[in-house]
Design a protein around this ligand. Structure first.
Ligand code: FAD
Length: 408
């Protein structure tokens, strides 16, 4: 079978792959560009992202602050954000007639409120610029030649002068072999942005209940995050948990995901203040049933859960609550202890922590420091962010920079 030749081959038809391909085609119309995608699906993650709405980016326009949302890669991305940041993302999509709208927490979505808008835009532009899209073609080996590369796939051989690797994250180190064979090394992949497992814990019966503001701290560590919490049928989720899982990703993996953590249900109050408020309340509403009045604003079912945990019978009056019980209740509200046991399967995770080591890539150009004409963009790099549109922003930024420098 003869080898197909293309000027630029993009490995992976996801967010970074399409963004790189389109920008390369627009900037360098004389170059032929092909996307090789191992599956039969294009832009699969874009489609399902943000609950089908695609959280494209975040209204954070100061590079330093922006880089603080990346547990891995923030330092390296700082300079890159001076080249292409959320303002540029907004402009880029606006230039393609896609307006983005901002939610109260800063997340930005297409005004259409569906990821199809982004998917269709990319597919349309790829067609317009005659970018070849070759699906069910898995790159298995890359051989550097004197003037380019030879790629072996399950669907024939290709040659190209330049390669952009946008293959996303993998869950096993072996899956990076076609890149490590080129001399690159990886930070071992582990999950980030995962939920905390509490198998058979009574709190799981409160699934669906969320609390706007809690603080969670992992025992015997400095890892602590604040934000909303969601109780699920398997444990705890929501922004506070996801943020913590991202920052503590390696620490928790080393603990085999068996760890103790404390939920502070009232992070704006000290334990002393909670005790004072409970004691005052007890005096003020002494003849009221504990289940009918509570000094803090929580969903009723959660309040009953706290009372039960503090051994307070829900049918007694506040006046009958003992000092010891009040003390127990304070402890629960200020530092409610949980033991997370193991974790859910890797496939459900949002992003990979780990990937191509960042010191092997020039972040001014996204070119490999080890192999000239080899570029990296997106999640294949050891970059991952908190939720909020930051992961896509890293893909747009690194892909855009690649396009600027691919022909220099
Ligand atoms: C459920 C879910 C929701 C998310 N929501 C958001 C969100 O709203 N906002 C946000 O910022 N981030 C979100 N993320 C994260 C975001 O989707 C990723 O960070 C982003 O898609 C990474 O883009 P990428 O192009 O680097 O990798 P990917 O999107 O993973 O694309 C890589 C592609 O390369 C292909 N590939 C891999 N190896 C090969 C090979 N050897 N040969 C050929 N092809 C190959 C893969 O099949 C894949 O199609 C979400 C992730 C998930 C899982």
């Amino acid at each position: 079978m003869s080898k197909q030749h293309v000027n630029v081959i993009i490995i992976g038809g996801g967010a970074a792959g399409f963004f790189a391909a389109i920008n390369i085609a627009e900037l360098h119309p004389h170059l032929s560009v092909a996307i090789l995608e191992k599956t039969s699906h294009l832009l699969k993650k874009v489609k399902i992202s943000g609950g089908g709405r695609c959280n494209v980016t975040h209204t954070c326009f100061e590079p330093k602050e922006l880089s603080s949302y990346y547990p891995r890669g923030g330092k390296e991305l700082l300079g890159a954000f001076y080249q292409f940041q959320p303002l540029n993302t907004i402009e880029w999509f606006a230039s393609k007639n896609i307006e983005l709208t901002t939610e109260s927490d800063g997340r930005m979505f297409p005004v259409s409120n569906t990821s199809e808008t982004i998917v269709n835009c990319f597919l349309h532009l790829a067609k317009k610029h005659k970018i070849a899209i070759i699906t069910e073609t898995k790159v298995e080996k890359i051989l550097p030649l004197t003037n380019g590369f030879e790629l072996t796939t399950n669907n024939g051989e290709f040659t190209a002068e330049k390669i952009v690797v946008t293959a996303g994250g993998f869950n096993k180190a072996e899956q990076y072999q076609f890149l490590t064979d080129l001399g690159h090394s990886i930070q071992p992949p582990i999950p980030s942005l995962f939920t905390f497992n509490l198998p058979q814990h009574p709190i799981c019966e409160l699934q669906g209940i969320s609390v706007n503001h809690v603080a969670i701290k992992i025992k015997e560590s400095n890892y602590k995050e604040e934000g909303p919490l969601l109780i699920t049928h398997w444990g705890m989720s929501g922004p506070a948990v996801l943020k913590l899982s991202a920052w503590a990703a390696r620490f928790l993996q080393e603990k085999n995901y068996n760890f103790t953590y404390f939920v502070n249900w009232l992070p704006n109050l000290s334990a002393e203040e909670i005790t004072t408020q409970l004691t005052d309340f007890k005096t003020k509403v002494a003849t009221k049933k504990v289940s009918n009045a509570f000094p803090f604003d929580f969903p009723k079912k959660l309040t009953l859960y706290f009372l039960q945990k503090a051994t307070i019978d829900e049918n007694i009056n506040w006046g009958d609550v003992s000092k010891k019980q009040l003390h127990l209740l304070t402890n629960i509200l200020a530092a409610d202890e949980y033991f997370s046991k193991g974790k859910t399967t890797f496939k459900q995770e949002f992003v990979t922590c780990g990937g191509i080591k960042l010191n092997e890539v020039n972040f001014k150009t996204m070119e490999s420091k080890l192999q000239p004409n080899l570029f990296f963009a997106g999640e294949v790099l050891d970059i991952d962010a908190l939720t909020g549109g930051f992961n896509f922003q890293a893909a747009w930024t690194t892909a855009w920079i690649t396009a600027q420098h691919i022909n220099s």
